[in-house]
Design a protein around this ligand. Structure first.
Ligand SMILES: C[S@@+](CC[C@H](N)C(=O)[O-])C[C@H]1O[C@@H](n2cnc3c(N)ncnc32)[C@H](O)[C@@H]1O
Length: 196
């Protein structure tokens, strides 16, 4: 299994966010082939949006909360439930380490599937009570968020959610990210709606 290491000093003093965006892009780039019009849902500080824009994609950045964003990225803030776009407005929707931060992760997946035929996901996985506890502690420290709910699913949980929706799983990939003294297991899922 591939491993990455979060170097916290780079996030504080260097280009850690840019490097993380590049690692994310490397994970999803196969799935972006032939896709042009993207929506980056839960874009946070906008590093992934910015990188994709540099690479020539047309990217709309949206988030449920207002954050500081990198130069050149304008993020549309919405209510976290209903994206203000018509059905099938985009080729692909990106949900990169977002769904476990949402109040209703599966409702957010459904909303992404409404506006785009393909949904590209990166998620932190849990596989036991211990890994749930460990992942939550690390996630809260990394995101400096000690209040909002965190709701991770297991790999089986995500695959069941995709199957329940009749989605085609185009690609799956797994890796481990070393964080401080411990690690988070992560997955990339690329799913397509089969209708229209
Ligand atoms: C860990 S950050 C990930 C940021 C970015 N996707 C990245 O990979 O750098 C999670 C983001 O999800 C956003 N978020 C949480 N619930 C959301 C929702 N229902 N809709 C859109 N964004 C949401 C948060 O505000 C936050 O910006």
């Amino acid at each position: 299994m591939k491993t990455y290491t979060v170097k916290w000093w780079k996030f504080l003093f260097g280009n850690g966010f840019k490097e993380r965006a590049q690692e994310g892009f490397d994970q999803i780039k196969d799935c972006l082939s032939g896709q042009h019009k993207l929506i980056d849902i839960g874009s946070g500080f906008g590093h992934v949006t910015s990188l994709l824009q540099e690479k020539g994609y047309e990217v709309t950045s949206v988030d449920a909360k207002k954050h500081y964003t990198v130069a050149g990225v304008e993020t549309l803030i919405y209510d976290g439930k209903t994206l203000p776009f018509a059905d099938n407005s985009f080729d692909s929707a990106l949900l990169m380490t977002v769904m476990h931060h949402a109040n209703d992760p599966l409702a957010l997946l459904d909303e992404a599937l409404r506006v785009a035929k393909r949904v590209i996901i990166i998620e932190d996985l849990v596989s036991s009570n211990y890994s749930r506890w460990r992942t939550h502690v690390l996630d809260r420290i990394l995101n400096f968020d000690f209040i909002n709910p965190i709701q991770n699913l297991s790999d089986e949980g995500w695959k069941r959610a995709f199957a329940d929706r009749g989605l085609r799983l185009v690609k799956t990939d797994y890796w481990r990210t070393n964080v401080f003294w411990s690690h988070i297991d992560q997955a990339h899922y690329c799913v397509d709606r089969l209708d229209g």
